[in-house]
Design a protein around this ligand. Structure first.
Ligand code: GDP
Ligand code: IMO
Ligand code: MG
Length: 431
């Protein structure tokens, strides 16, 4: 049996939460390995809606172990709020069920101040971040001045590190004409939450090693999507982490061969929140139809998601770069009722035909989509639980996507509900 890594293949919000929740019935451990509470993962179980940002989507199942790996950035206050909200919905969260890596980096209130300040400083060309402090926290991590979960165990070391961190940030705040932030205040705030965070803290790489040796099945839960990857996405309109499947290993503390089957979660059309290029965007009534029918509003910020046709060239690229073995195709039901459906199969750039998204910011902005047109289908795919229930044209659409992206559809999702899912190939069996 293989472990499985779930990663988004577009710009996030592909339905990863639903698929991780569904797959977690077959797993023992679910581990988050990057991102933070910029993620918004929605699960619908028997009509009840659960919204998760930092907690792994396996948390709703009683017997599963949930891990937050070293690659995640953790805002303790946001985590407690989320835990309280979920407990209010009857989800049990205990240190036996949830372990946070001692080497995960913390998001502090200063990071949110900086995130907002930098967005303002970008003027008319912001990234459109979630303003959760994600970017500034990762910057501090890489600059070696970050505060990690383990630092909460040692108040003196913590104070030294905060002094060092604030020396840097206060110089920046001063330059921007903003109020200074006191390292001592930050220390006080952190000490208030230290005991509770530490009660969930553990050595995640060892927990994973023990799980692996005991033959347990591990599900790696990616946040965001490959086009938001800091190396492979539409830079600089990206987030500050890697969602590439290889990072499932580095962000949790396992060898690369532990990752196993790489499942790309892929929406049957395309959406994006925030700024940046989007070649197949539809700024018309069809885009509006997709947004309304697909309820395309951000889980985290409530912002309207931009919508467009399925971009097969984009997904082919992310399948190739991240080594996706198969995809879970979600939200096909949102296309029900359309007379014709277009699929982007490549681009024109300055009059030349190309079949991939080049790296340059200006080039990406100038891409003109090249479409193939397919017919829509009569009837509905909504809630279908077997291949046989799908209209013939919907099957044709799925088959064409497989051909264009060069990967098989392993799972098909036909509604937000957990069980409205069709399994073609069990990813835990491997390739
Ligand atoms: P994630 O960030 O990838 O976990 O995705 P989000 O939860 O942010 O957004 C996906 C949205 O689509 C959620 O509201 C899901 O409940 C919903 N959803 C997931 N799969 C399907 C599907 O197959 N059909 C429909 N109609 N909705 C779905
Ligand atoms: P899930 O896991 C969609 C986007 C933001 C912004 C950019 C940078 O739910 O798929 P950040 O706050 O991370 O610095 O913002 O990345 N973004 C997402 N878009 N889904 C997400 O997560 C996202 N997380 C970040 O909108 O454009
Ligand atoms: Mg989301």
């Amino acid at each position: 049996m293989a472990n499985v890594a779930v990663i988004g293949s577009q710009w996030g919000d592909e339905g990863k939460g639903k698929i991780v929740d569904w797959l977690s019935s077959r797993a023992d451990v679910v581990v988050r390995f990057q991102g933070g509470h910029n993620a918004g993962h929605t699960l619908v179980i028997d009509g009840k809606v659960y919204k998760l940002s930092l907690l792994p989507s396996g948390i709703v199942r009683r017997s599963k172990l949930s891990l937050i790996g070293n690659g995640v950035v953790v805002d303790p206050w946001a985590l407690f709020e989320e835990m309280e909200r979920l407990r209010g919905q009857g989800v049990e969260i205990t240190p036996e069920k949830l372990v946070i890596s001692e080497s995960a980096t913390l998001i502090l209130p200063i990071h949110q101040i900086l995130d907002a300040a930098m967005e303002t400083a970008r003027g008319s060309d912001p990234i459109g971040t979630t303003k959760r402090g994600i970017g500034p926290a990762y910057e501090d991590k890489v600059a070696r001045r970050g505060i990690r979960v383990c630092d909460l165990r040692d108040p003196d070391v913590l104070m030294e590190k905060l002094d060092n961190m604030m020396l840097h940030h206060n110089a920046l705040l001063k330059g921007l004409g903003m109020e200074q932030v006191s390292a001592a205040d930050m220390h006080g705030k952190l000490m208030e939450v230290a005991a509770e965070i530490l009660s969930y803290t553990g050595v995640v790489w060892r927990v994973l090693d023990e799980a692996r040796k005991a033959g347990k099945k591990i599900l790696f839960e990616g946040a965001q999507g490959m086009m938001l990857d800091v190396d492979h996405g539409t830079y600089p309109f990206v987030t500050s982490s890697n969602m590439h499947a290889a990072h499932a290993a580095t962000g949790s503390g396992m060898g690369p061969d532990a990752v196993g089957y790489i499942l790309g979660i892929t929406k049957a059309y395309t959406t994006r929140v925030g700024s940046g290029p989007f070649p197949s965007e539809l700024d018309n009534e069809i885009g509006q139809f997709l947004g309304e029918k697909g309820h395309e509003f951000g889980t985290v910020t409530g912002r309207k998601r931009r919508c467009g046709w399925f971009d097969a060239a984009l997904v082919r690229q992310t399948v190739t770069i991240s080594g996706i073995h198969g995809i879970a195709l979600t939200k096909i039901d949102v296309l029900d009722g359309l007379e014709e459906i277009k699929v982007c199969v490549g681009y024109e750039l300055d009059g030349e035909r190309i079949d991939y998204i080049p790296a340059g910011q200006g080039e990406q902005a100038r891409l003109v989509p090249v479409y193939e047109t397919m017919s829509g289908w009569p009837g509905t795919t909504y809630g279908a639980r077997s291949w046989a229930e799908l209209p013939a044209e919907a099957v044709k659409y799925v088959k064409r996507i497989e051909e264009l992206i060069g990967a098989p559809v392993t799972l098909l999702s036909t509604s937000p509900e957990r069980d409205d899912t069709i399994l073609m190939h069990d990813p835990f069996v491997g390739k």
